[in-house]
Ligand binder design. Structure first.
Ligand code: DON
Length: 306
């Protein structure tokens, strides 16, 4: 299989559609990102990297960070995390509050905003937000084997100033006793994790441990057990695209996690980690062209978990 030819073909097939979708504007800083961009990076478990388009341009990974925070939280409290957050798809928007009221403040899964806020509370574990953010940054640099990855503080500030829904979700959970720390501290962690700035190349490499039974094949570092890698992938498949998860599984057939910055990280277990980025979003808040790129890559490579 000529992977570079596939990546190039996908990029050129989608070139006429670049700019499709609507850039997220509820975080003012994200609204400034030029829409006409598409990046593709495929990192294989055999150590190769194939890229096309804007694969070296940093973007705000937003909700994709929830995968790395879940990995950290599982490392800290193991299966105990499931007392704080569920494992079922929500069928609701990523920032929805409705289910929390009837479900005792326990979010449906770790990838909707409420669930990720509960996970941030677990990672905080009695420390200062700065320390938890530092821990995440060290972790992401370790899994990506790249010391240059950083957090865009302007994006974090912009979301802190306008994140009314997240404040509502966090306050609601705190009222149910499902947050141990003050709301401002937990959201301090959450907004900074979402503001991680990465390129498709970095993100594809960072996802490799999930494609390779928990071990980063580039460094040999063991990140999680094979069982844990499988389980994180299962959650990405069932919950990684919110109320678009069924559709993503139908069209792409791989575990994936999206972010409102327009990025998607997808995992082809045993083969590769893929990162795509295009800022325009579809109706449920997932990258329009990113989803299309992954569907084409899955078609052309035959990669699927089904
Ligand atoms: O909390 C928020 O709304 C954003 N920081 C992250 C949301 C997100 O990325 C949803 N993804 N598609």
């Amino acid at each position: 299989m000529d992977m570079q030819a596939i990546v190039d073909q996908v990029y050129s097939e989608l070139t006429p559609r670049i700019g499709e979708g609507k850039v997220a504007d509820y975080i003012p800083e994200l609204a400034k990102v030029p829409p006409n961009q598409l990046g593709i990076a495929v990192a294989t478990v055999s150590g190769e990297l194939y890229v096309a388009g804007d694969a070296a341009t940093p973007f705000s990974i937003q909700s994709i960070s929830k995968v790395f925070m879940l990995t950290l939280a599982l490392g800290k409290v193991g299966e105990g995390i499931w007392k704080r957050v569920g494992r079922e798809p929500s069928g609701s928007a990523f920032n929805s509050i409705v289910q929390l009221e009837h479900e005792s403040g326990i979010p449906r899964n770790p990838f909707i905003n409420a669930g990720a806020i509960a996970v941030a509370d677990v990672v905080l574990a009695g420390h200062q937000p700065k320390e938890a953010i530092g821990e995440l940054l060290r972790f992401i640099r370790y899994v990506a084997d790249d010391e240059t990855i950083s957090i865009d503080n302007t994006v974090a500030k912009s979301e802190t100033a306008t994140g009314y829904r997240n404040f509502a979700l966090a306050n609601f959970m705190r009222a149910f006793g499902n947050l141990d720390h003050p709301v401002e501290q937990v959201l301090g962690v959450y907004f900074h994790q979402c503001a991680l700035s990465m390129t498709c190349q970095q993100l594809a490499r960072a996802g490799l441990y999930l494609a390779n039974r928990g071990v980063n094949p580039l460094t040999g570092h063991s990140v999680v057990s094979p069982k844990r890698a499988r389980r994180i992938n299962a959650l990405m498949l069932t919950c990684g695209h919110y109320d678009g998860s069924g559709d993503f599984a139908y069209h792409v057939g791989l575990p994936g996690k999206s972010g409102v910055g327009g990025g998607i990280m997808a995992i082809a277990p045993g083969d590769a980690a893929i990162a795509v980025w295009s800022p325009g979003l579809n109706k449920v808040g997932n990258s329009a062209l990113g989803s299309a790129a992954l569907e084409l890559i899955a078609q052309k490579t035959g990669w699927s978990v089904f």
